[in-house]
Structure formats: C-alpha cells, structure tokens
Ligand binder design. Sequence first.
Ligand code: IYR
Length: 227
Amino acid sequence: MSEKKYPFIPLDWPRLSPEESQARVRAFRELMARRRTVRDYSSAPIPEGVLEDAIACASQAPSGANQQPWTFVVVTDPELKARLREAAEEEERESYANRMSEEWLEALAPLGTDWNKPHFTEAPALIVVFEQLYGWKELPDGTRKKVKHYYVQESVGIAVGFLIAALTQAGLATLTHTPSPMGFLREVLGRPENEKAFAVLPVGYPAEGAKVPDIGKKRLEEILVRR
Ligand code: IYR
C-alpha cells in the first residue's frame, strides 16, 4: 500500500435552473431519438478535428479506478480499410454459414444483415475500439510490471456510448459492429497483446437516400420502473 491519495479539489459544476435542466435534457433526448444505426455511407470526408473531439469526449467516460482501459484506432487509409473489410467478411461469412445458431439468425433476419460489410470501405473512417485487459506500470529500475484493470468491459462500453453520443451531436452516423471473432483487428492494426478489440464503428455521413429499418425503441413505460 504505497500509493498516495490524490489531492481533492472543489468540484467545478454549475447548478442549472429547473427550466434549463428540463430544456437541455429534452433537446438531447430529441437528438438521441433521431439517431439511427446506419449501414449506407457517403464517402464525403469528416470535417477536420471532429473525430478527435468525439474521441476526447469518449475519453471523459467514467472507468473502473479511473484506469481508462481503452484505445481508439482511427482508420482512414483506403487500403487498410479494404484489408479490414476483407478480414471481417471472411469471419462473417463463416459465422453466418456455420457459427451462428438458428435462433440467432432468426433474430437478425428482420434486420437484413449478412456477411457483406460494404460500410468498412464506404465510410470515410473506421474507429476501432480496443479494451486494455491490463496495463503496464514503469518501475524506477527501468522494468515494468503488469497492472490489473477493473471493470474493463463496463468501462469501454460506457466510453463507446459517449463516443456514439458525441458523433451523433456532430451530425455523423455510426454503426456499432462487433465482428466475431475479432482477433484479426489486433493483428492487422498492430496492437499489443494486452489489447482486445471491442467494436468497430464505421463513421461518416449517411449516403444520399440511405434507408433504415422501420423499428423503434420501447416506450418509457416499458423500461422505467419506479419503486
Ligand atoms: N456480427 C454480425 C452479426 C450481427 C449480430 C448482431 I446481435 C447484430 O445486432 C447485428 C449483426 C454482423 O455484423 O453481421
């Protein structure tokens, strides 16, 4: 137990009026209610700095012991996107044909997904999110030791939520893609052995005439319980 406690500083958080609270959360609710998972992308570029700001938002997420066990890899190089698409499609072809259960395929059928992943190359950017299963601490003698990370999946999941909200705020569309297995992402992107791919998010503007399935979310009464 050699770790020192952090100094504590005053919280910098202004108190909003009830009206302001209500107005802000309503506006945010309306924005988030319009968000859709998009599979058809325009190749139009993303304005300079937007991805960086969105990833900076994601990095503000709470995490277990503030360990921030995440890495965000931004891929814009067309050749690399094509390699990732090829690798993802190879895995997905196998998954759809042999690895996914009948029940799983049935659950997905109404959404019309298949092994084809054109968004990997059509979207101007892919954000590949990695979880850091453990970290490294440099010791005074120049060696390093493994540091256990806590609540990694929860932390990274929250950060991806922040990321999607930030990109939505910027008027961009995303798709939360979790190819399985995802080992190829670490290999192709040259990430270290303590990192494991968590999700791939194609990001961009929707293609002209993009269509989305006519689905909605559960009503508040179905998901909100008061005790
Ligand atoms: N990872 C596959 C399958 C897939 C699974 C679920 I659950 C989805 O909501 C969507 C797709 C794919 O990307 O096609």
